[in-house]
Design a protein around this ligand. Structure first.
Ligand code: ATP
Ligand code: MG
Length: 139
């Protein structure tokens, strides 16, 4: 069954650059309800597990270094068609290719430091949400 939830992180670059509030406002305006949220920091092991599917890619070391260098905001979001609609809201991985008005177009600086994460499938949304939040932190 398709879920109506997705998982997101506001990445260290966007937190450092003071964009938490603006990004959350865009998420709310787009109709997503926040059902779990926290300010936290990934350990090296957390980031290696979370982005494990990319472990053979040449940018993996850089990705882990980036994702662990400061706090992130992690959240579970609810909306009909959440996974696909959130990917549309954030835009392409590379901000240079992201559509006008998307979060990455507005707040990302490069393909590596791209401001936000969005789950790419319902199965990954459930897995990633459970990696970050316990049942009692999810509403
Ligand atoms: P995310 O999973 O963070 O939402 P995505 O699904 O758009 O991003 P992925 O292909 O899953 O893109 O890549 C995961 C992350 O790895 C990217 O968001 C980016 O931070 C980093 N990354 C991807 N490609 C590159 C690259 N060519 N050079 C540097 N970093 C990259
Ligand atoms: Mg991805």
């Amino acid at each position: 069954m398709a879920t109506n939830r997705t998982f997101t992180m506001i990445k260290p670059d966007a937190v450092e650059n003071g964009h938490i509030g603006a990004i959350l406002a865009k998420i709310n305006t787009a109709g997503f309800k926040i059902v779990a949220m926290k300010l936290t920091q990934l350990s090296k092991r957390d980031a290696e597990i979370f982005y494990g599917e990319h472990s053979e890619r040449p940018f993996f070391g850089e990705l882990v270094e980036f994702m662990t260098r400061g706090p992130i905001v992690s959240a579970i979001l609810e909306k009909e068609n959440a996974v696909e609609d959130f990917r549309t809201l954030i835009g392409a991985t590379n901000p240079a290719e992201a559509a006008e008005g998307t979060i990455r177009k507005m707040y990302a600086t490069s393909i590596g430091e791209n401001a936000v994460h969005g789950s790419d499938s319902d199965a990954n949304a459930a897995k990633e949400g459970a990696f970050h939040f316990s049942g009692r932190e999810t509403f």
